[in-house]
Design a protein around this ligand. Structure first.
Ligand SMILES: [Zn+2]
Length: 210
């Protein structure tokens, strides 16, 4: 039996579990403790998550094609995309940093997007296998996403600190904005997806068989 079947709902804000309908205001149940709107499942979870994922896929292209920053030292410097940045880090012998940037900026956002697509598709097309593993995958995707912000932090810090004008300057590029948007959109997509939907699909299958 799920909490939804027992008419129990947890508050999205303060986590208080209450029975619905507890108190209705304009058709919404609200939390007794903090007054937040209560619903058994996140409203329009699938449509919202799809929209955010598609937007993130689209922005993933300019994030990798356009330069994320330009380092000008002694009057010379070329704009760097994420990948060319990794290459120049390797060329300067900064292996650990190159690996970090490669994983945080190219691999993690892609894995996260593909993982979320798989999860949303699994609910949309009512796949019923391994809901437990899919829940674990969801938790990993949700936890890992914020680490992609490392790259944006790095650029922000460099731009703020390296202002030596003629000697060295760092300028952010158009790719950085797209990249930050990809990271934020995937974080929102992970938040708007309701993993309980995967279990609802499994439950409905059991009901049909019984
Ligand atoms: Zn509450």
């Amino acid at each position: 039996m799920t909490a939804a079947q027992a008419a129990l709902v947890s508050c999205p804000t303060c986590r208080l579990v209450s029975r619905v309908p507890h108190r209705l205001i304009k058709g919404h149940a609200i939390c007794l403790r903090c007054g937040a709107k209560l619903s058994l499942r996140k409203p329009n979870s699938l449509a919202r998550t799809w929209a955010l994922i598609v937007a993130a896929y689209i922005l993933y292209i300019p994030a990798n094609v356009y330069p994320v920053m330009t380092v000008i030292s002694f009057g010379k410097g070329e704009p760097d995309t994420i990948l060319s940045g990794v290459q120049s880090l390797i060329a300067s012998g900064w292996w650990p940093l190159a690996v970090l940037v490669f994983f945080a900026s190219i691999i993690v956002p892609l894995i996260k997007l593909v993982g979320l697509t798989y999860l949303v598709a699994s609910v949309q097309y009512r796949w019923h296998w391994h809901p437990k593993q899919r829940t674990i995958l969801y938790r990993i995707t949700e936890a890992v996403g914020r680490w992609s912000m490392i790259d944006i932090f790095m650029i922000t810090i460099l731009v703020a600190l390296v202002r030596l004008e003629a000697i060295a300057t760092v300028e952010p590029g158009a790719g950085a904005t797209s990249f930050a948007a990809v990271v934020v959109l995937t974080m929102f997509a992970a938040m708007s997806f309701d993993p309980r939907l995967m279990w609802d699909v499994v439950d409905q299958r059991h009901d049909q068989r019984a």
